[in-house]
Design a protein around this ligand. Structure first.
Ligand code: C5P
Length: 397
C-alpha cells in the first residue's frame, strides 16, 4: 500500500501554463490514496478553471483570503492545520519570491505562513526567468528554510525555448511526494483494532456489559493512523468520537464484533484486540420485555461467545496479532499464558486492581510481552502508552 494512503495534501496552484498539469497531478496523488484539497491564486485561474480542479479533487477550490463566507467554511488557519503537506505545483517565479519574503498577500502565501507541515514547491517558468539571479537567490532562501524543491526538469517550453524550467511530470511529483511520508513506522500497513465493551442483549431493552470506556483502543487507533497506517476501528458502544482519518465500524454484541473482525481479516497486516469482549451471552434473547411480576429471582442461561482474537490468530494466513490482558493479580503469569494459549505475537498486560489506572481511566501502566521479551512501560496517559505500544509493534512486526 502507498505511503500516501489517507495523507492530506494541500495543492497550491500558482499562475503559469503548467497549471494545466495540476489536474493530472490531483489524479496521481489520489491514485496513491491521498486526500487532495486545492488553493489557487488569481493568476492560476487565468490558466485553469477552479471548477475543473473542484470536480477532480471533489472539494471546493479555495482562492479568496478576504471572502468571509469561504473563511467561515474552512479559513486559512484551518486549511494550514488540515494539511500534512503543502505542495505548490506549479510554483511560479512570483510565488517563490513572495514565499522568500514571507508575504501573506493572498490565500496561498498566508496558508504557507500559517502552516506547521512540510512545504514542497515544483518550480515552473521560462528558462530565462529560472536563471535570473533574483529567482536563484529566492530559491536559496527557501532551501535554507527547509522548503523542498521538486524539479524543475529541462526540455522544450511552452514559449518555444529549450532549457531548465519545465515543471516535473505529475507522476514524478506524486512519487517524490510519497517519499516525504516514508518515515511513518507503519506506513502502508492495514491495521484492524477492536475497542470498547460489547453489549449482550437479554431482551429488547436490557443487556449485560462491562465498564470498558474504549479509551485505550481509540488512542491506539489515533497513534496507528499517525504512524501512517490505514486503520479500521471495530468498536463496541462508547461515548468517544471516531478519531480523525480512522474508519470506524460500530458494533454491539460479541457476535457482531466477531463477524466484523472476520470480514476485515483479508488484507489485514496487524490485528490489535483491545476490546473487552463479554465471555458469555444470554442463550436466548427474549422477544418481549421480561416482566418482573411473580418472580423473586431470575435465572439467565449464558452461552460462551466466540473468542475473536483467537480466531484471528489461528487464521491462515494470519496477521501479526496483539492481545490485551487486564488482570487483577498474577498479571504477568496470566498474560504469558494468554500469549501461548491464544497463539498471539504480543500481549499488552495491565493490572486493573489499581482503579486509578487501566479500565475506564485516562492513565495506564502496561507490560508488553512477546515470546522472547518483556518491556515495562511506566505510568503515562493512554495516548502516550498507545504511541509506545505502536513503536513496540513496529519493531517486532
Ligand atoms: O481471555 P481474555 O478475555 O482475558 O483475553 C483478553 C484478550 O482477548 C483481549 O485482547 C480481548 O480483546 C480478546 N478477546 C476476544 N474475544 C473474546 C474474549 C477476549 O478477542 N471473546
Amino acid at each position: 500500500m502507498s505511503n500516501l494512503m489517507n495523507r492530506r495534501i494541500l495543492l497550491g496552484v500558482s499562475g503559469g501554463i503548467a497549471a494545466y498539469k495540476s489536474a493530472e497531478l490531483i489524479r496521481r496523488l489520489q491514485d496513491m490514496g491521498a486526500d487532495v484539497r486545492v488553493v489557487m491564486t488569481r493568476a492560476a485561474e487565468a490558466f485553469m478553471t477552479p471548477l475543473t480542479l473542484q470536480a477532480l479533487s471533489g472539494h471546493p477550490v479555495h482562492n479568496d483570503l478576504l471572502d468571509p463566507e469561504a473563511e467561515a467554511a474552512m479559513g486559512h488557519i484551518s486549511l494550514a492545520r488540515w494539511a500534512d503537506l503543502i505542495l505548490i505545483a506549479p510554483a511560479s517565479a512570483d510565488i517563490i519570491a513572495r514565499l522568500a519574503h514571507g508575504k501573506g498577500d493572498n490565500l496561498l502565501t498566508t496558508v504557507c505562513l500559517a502552516r506547521r507541515c512540510e512545504l514542497a514547491i515544483a518550480p515552473a517558468m521560462n528558462e530565462a526567468m529560472w536563471h535570473n539571479q533574483a529567482t536563484q537567490d529566492n530559491l536559496a532562501i527557501l532551501q535554507q528554510r527547509g522548503i523542498h524543491q521538486l524539479g524543475p526538469a529541462s526540455g522544450g517550453q511552452a514559449c518555444g525555448d529549450i532549457g531548465m524550467g519545465r515543471m516535473s511530470e505529475p507522476s514524478t511529483l506524486a512519487s517524490e511526494v510519497s517519499h516525504f511520508f516514508e518515515t511513518g513506522l507503519l506506513a502502508g500497513k492495514t491495521v484492524v483494532i477492536t475497542a470498547g465493551p460489547t453489549r449482550e442483549a437479554i431482551d429488547p431493552v436490557r443487556y449485560i456489559s462491562n465498564h470498558s470506556s474504549g479509551k485505550m483502543g481509540y488512542a491506539l487507533a489515533q497513534a496507528t493512523v499517525d504512524a501512517g497506517a490505514k486503520v479500521i476501528l471495530i468498536s463496541g458502544p462508547t461515548a468517544l468520537p471516531c478519531p480523525d482519518r480512522v474508519t470506524c465500524i460500530h458494533t454491539s454484541s460479541a457476535i457482531d464484533m466477531y463477524q466484523s473482525s472476520m470480514d476485515h481479516l483479508p488484507g489485514c497486516d496487524i490485528f490489535i484486540a483491545s476490546a473487552a469482549v463479554a465471555d458469555f451471552r444470554p442463550a436466548t434473547i427474549a422477544e418481549q420485555k421480561i416482566k418482573k411480576t411473580g418472580q423473586d429471582t431470575m435465572h439467565i442461561e449464558m452461552v460462551k461467545n466466540p473468542d475473536i482474537v483467537t480466531a484471528i490468530a489461528n487464521a491462515d494466513p494470519k496477521p501479526f496479532v496483539v492481545g490485551f490482558a487486564a488482570e487483577t493479580h498474577d498479571v504477568i503469569h496470566y498474560a504469558r499464558d494468554k500469549l501461548q494459549r491464544k497463539n498471539l505475537d504480543m500481549v499488552v498486560a495491565n493490572d486493573i486492581s489499581d482503579t486509578h489506572i487501566g479500565f475506564n481511566s485516562d492513565d495506564n501502566i502496561v507490560t508488553i510481552l512477546t515470546a522472547e521479551s518483556e518491556q515495562y512501560l511506566p505510568k503515562a496517559n493512554k495516548f502516550q502508552q498507545a504511541q509506545r505500544i505502536i513503536q513496540a509493534i513496529a519493531k517486532q512486526y
